[in-house]
Design a protein around this ligand. Structure first.
Ligand code: HEC
Ligand code: HEC
Length: 462
């Protein structure tokens, strides 16, 4: 960290371009510049990812076993040590300083998912339900907590969940509130000491999170910035620890986790996209490859073009503007300033651009629904903008559609406002809501039905 701070100061002196309090955190659209990453050991990174207590508070284990159902064997992962070997992949157990065994959610809550019978680490979870009040689990588990040490552990966790609960409820099942969650945690922490304050120290984020679709980790082989808005430049390993910030209350705790963050990053950057598990029509895919080379590769890379790390301006890409606008209109600057003052990053890591990065398309067969807000349910509808459904709902149990490429969905006549039953309402993806729009990215609109089918066949090979 210190070396980077030194470099930044040197760059500032040379370029007279220091960013300080009150400065503009934005960067330009166009190509995201490359940053050298801290080297790490991918194998050690996987072990840390699935065993280490980077989220250091949670539910006492005994209470946990009372409130969560039996573990499905399909949810077990290899390489898990001790109690973790018996827990579903999204949970990690560890013993806290008082000897209480705690269970907490790990990165795989959002970054692992099943598709076509296989659990894939790194695939974004597009079925997580953030529409419910997270305090429900806190209250349920509280009934089973015994003794002072367990009670203290539970209270610590309950306190944190209370701090974030008002900011992480999405309108629709499947979309993710992760950035609001992170902003809410920042609002409760001193950026320099990382000490927690029950009262927010700065204005928290807006109450309703903007919907986000979780990008697949294997894109980090090529991506220079982590987020769609290109926040998360510079040292990715430290920046991604923002996602484990729930209970990191001191710089010492931060440093203990940061010590293996380089390995976790190396593991993530070593991942490869899963291979499409069904037959592919090679001749058709070859026709599609030519269409891709002509109309898609300049932005997404492939077909002889290196992945360009290109941020396309909002007015050019035309997809829902809410997320990139909120990132660049100054309303989030207090959070970027928090990052710059904290050990998690610097002013360079928090440099959103007013547009969206064109993601690498490896494994795109598996990453539906599409676009940064998950508003388009299949590749077929993405590439045929007139057919994109205004209101839609996943068919449950989830079923993969090899033709349309994505999860099966039903088209509805009306949106959330017209659905009185809350259980049905929260499953409706309503593209008329703020941030949920499905317009823009009209690439592919001028293709014939045959050409579109060929392009989709090719996309399955990536
Ligand atoms: C609550 C859900 C959630 C959790 C938990 C979570 N993430 Fe994420 N992660 C996201 C979302 C959403 C994004 C995309 C944000 C954006 O682009 O604005 C993301 C983006 C990323 C990316 C960039 C991926 C890419 O292809 O651009 C990395 C790397 C990452 N997270 C690592 C982690 C690590 C490591 C952890 C655990 C310490 C973690 N995340 C925990 C939701 C989560
Ligand atoms: C001008 C640059 C540009 C061109 C050309 C382009 N795209 Fe994109 N593409 C983008 C950007 C930017 C995004 C992200 C937009 C967002 O999420 O709001 C994107 C997103 C996507 C996604 C969604 C990925 C996901 O997992 O959510 C797919 C699929 C895609 N593009 C396919 C294509 C195909 C196929 C073509 C060629 C017909 C194409 N794109 C042409 C810039 C481009």
């Amino acid at each position: 960290m210190r070396a980077r701070a030194g470099l930044l100061i040197a760059a500032c002196l040379l370029a007279a371009a220091c960013r300080e309090e009150g400065t503009d955190y934005r960067s330009e659209t166009g190509v995201v510049p490359a940053t050298e990453q801290r080297p790490g050991d991918p194998e050690a990174g996987y072990a840390a990812l699935v065993n280490a207590p980077y989220v250091s508070c949670g539910i006492p284990h005994d209470a946990f076993t009372r409130v969560l159902p039996e573990t499905d064997p399909a949810d077990l992962l290899p390489g898990r040590e001790g109690l973790n070997a018996e827990l579903p992949y999204a949970f990690t157990a560890h013993e806290n300083a008082e000897g209480v065994t705690i269970v907490s959610s790990n990165c795989l809550t959002c970054h692992a998912a099943e598709i076509e019978g296989e659990l894939i680490v790194g695939l974004g979870n597009e079925f997580a339900d953030f529409t419910q009040d997270p305090r429900r689990l806190v209250l349920q588990s509280g009934n089973f907590v015994r003794g002072d040490a367990e009670t203290r552990a539970w209270e610590r966790w309950a306190d944190r969940v209370d701090g974030i609960a008002p900011y992480i409820r999405t309108a629709t099942v499947g979309v993710n509130p992760a950035t609001n969650l992170t902003w809410a945690l920042m609002a409760h922490r001193d950026p320099e000491t990382l000490e927690w304050s029950a009262e927010p120290l700065m204005e928290p984020p807006q109450a309703e999170p903007l919907p986000i679709s979780v990008p697949p980790w294997w894109g980090m082989r090529d991506k220079e910035a982590m987020f769609y808005t290109t926040v998360g430049r510079g040292d990715h390993s430290t920046f991604m620890l923002l996602a484990s910030m729930l209970c990191v209350d001191s710089v010492e705790e931060f440093e203990a986790v940061d010590a293996y963050a380089d390995d976790i990053r190396a593991y993530i950057a070593s991942l490869e996209a899963p291979v499409y598990p069904h037959p592919i029509d090679e001749d058709r895919a070859a026709l599609g490859a030519a269409i891709y080379a002509r109309g898609c590769a300049t932005c997404h890379g492939g077909q002889g073009t290196d992945y360009p790390n290109l941020v396309v301006p909002l007015d050019e890409i035309g997809t829902d503007a809410a997320y990139a606008t909120a990132a660049t209109d100054g309303s989030r600057d207090r959070f970027y300033e928090w990052i710059a003052r904290s050990p998690y990053g610097d002013a360079e890591s928090a440099a959103p651009a007013p547009g969206y990065i064109a993601p690498p398309l490896d494994g795109v067969w598996a990453t539906a629904p599409y676009l940064h807000n998950g508003s388009v349910p299949s590749l077929e509808t993405l590439l045929s903008p007139e057919d994109r459904p205004r209101y839609w709902r996943h068919v449950l149990p989830r079923a993969y559609d090899r033709e349309a490429v994505g999860w099966r969905f039903e088209v509805l006549d009306e949106g959330q406002a017209a659905e009185p039953d809350p259980e049905l309402r929260r499953r409706i993806y309503d593209t008329t809501r703020h941030g949920y729009g499905n317009g823009g990215h009209v690439h592919g609109a001028d293709l014939s039905a045959e050409e579109r089918a060929a392009l989709i066949e090719y996309l399955k090979t990536l």
